[in-house]
Design a protein around this ligand. Structure first.
Ligand code: SF4
Length: 300
């Protein structure tokens, strides 16, 4: 329809233009205040809230900040009404979810599903299951700040509350499916390496803590760790939700006088805490270093 954008929309005298700004891709810019800083031309660093962007945001003005998926959902809601929208999904999480499904699935790709379908349905029905007759091991959901959910959680409905209760999150809609050949400890190291590199460095606990955690995990994955390293790793975490998956970053965050303003630590990432409980290839004897049955080079 003409006249819905630009000067004097529908002759109302109110004008609105859309300008697309290409971000520089820093992970921390998924946090709204960091994103606003980067659009303003500054380094993408989160700041404490309040004031919230709705009060003081871009260039000091009140700002509505939503992701593209949210904005794309507005036209059908305006056209068909909120009650129509609420017929899709669950009462507390209406609408659809869009996931980028990658990893060990037969049909990877971008999928849109009604909120409330189970992880099992998404992975095995929509995406065709695990190829090559391999067994499912875990799904990493919610991006690097999310969590890894093992087989016992496959019947978890995909909605904001259920995923949070399971120790994961919706996040930006990233979903990595892993079969039995994946080493959960190495997966954990991979994501922690990403988080460590993407830390903006503003908070000591994130900047230094992720470095220490990565050092321990690298020693573990290289087979150079001593029992004390394993104990140290475990001691850094504590359960934050049920089911308990102790998260080292949870501890880091909670020890801060002011809770983080940032995506990196505002949602405790279980992915770094659960590798040992999910690793079926290792011998679960945490007091002694043992060799991984599947990867003899890996000493636990
Ligand atoms: S938690 Fe990490 S990434 Fe987030 S603001 Fe603090 S230092 Fe930056």
């Amino acid at each position: 329809m003409a006249g819905l954008l630009g000067d004097s929309i529908l002759t109302s005298g109110f004008g609105l233009d859309i300008e697309i700004f290409k971000g520089s891709g820093a992970f921390v810019c998924g946090e709204e205040t960091a994103l606003i800083s980067s659009i303003e031309g500054f380094r993408g660093m989160p700041r404490h809230r309040p004031p919230y962007p709705s009060v003081k945001g871009l260039f000091g003005n009140p700002t509505v900040i939503n992701n593209v998926k949210t904005l794309a959902g507005l036209p059908p809601i305006v056209n068909r009404g909120a009650s129509w929208f609420r017929t899709i999904g669950t009462p507390r999480s209406p609408g659809t979810a869009i996931f980028s499904v990658v990893g060990d699935v037969t049909h990877p790709g971008l999928v849109e599903i009604p909120m409330g379908v189970t992880l099992r349905h998404l992975i095995f029905e929509v995406c065709g299951g695990i190829p090559n007759k391999k067994r499912f091991k875990a799904v990493q959901i919610g991006g690097p700040s999310g969590g890894c959910l093992p087989e016992a959680f496959l019947d978890t409905p995909i909605d904001f509350d259920a995923l949070a209760d399971a120790g994961a999150m919706m996040g930006s809609g990233g979903l990595v499916v892993m079969d039995e050949d994946n080493c959960m400890v190495d997966v954990s190291r991979y994501f922690l390496d990403f988080i460590q590199k993407e830390s903006c460095g503003k908070c000591t606990f994130c900047r230094v803590g992720t470095r220490h955690m990565l050092t321990i995990l690298e020693k573990l994955t290289r087979g150079e760790a001593a029992p004390a390293d394993y104990v140290l790793w475990r001691s850094k975490g504590r359960p934050h939700r049920s089911p308990p998956v102790p998260s080292p970053l949870t501890r880091i965050c909670r020890s801060k006088p002011i809770r983080s303003q940032c995506v990196v630590s505002s949602v405790p990432p279980c992915v770094y805490s659960s590798p040992f409980t999910m690793c079926t290839a290792t011998i679960a004897t945490p007091t002694m270093p043992v060799r991984c049955k599947r990867s003899p080079d890996f000493l636990v």
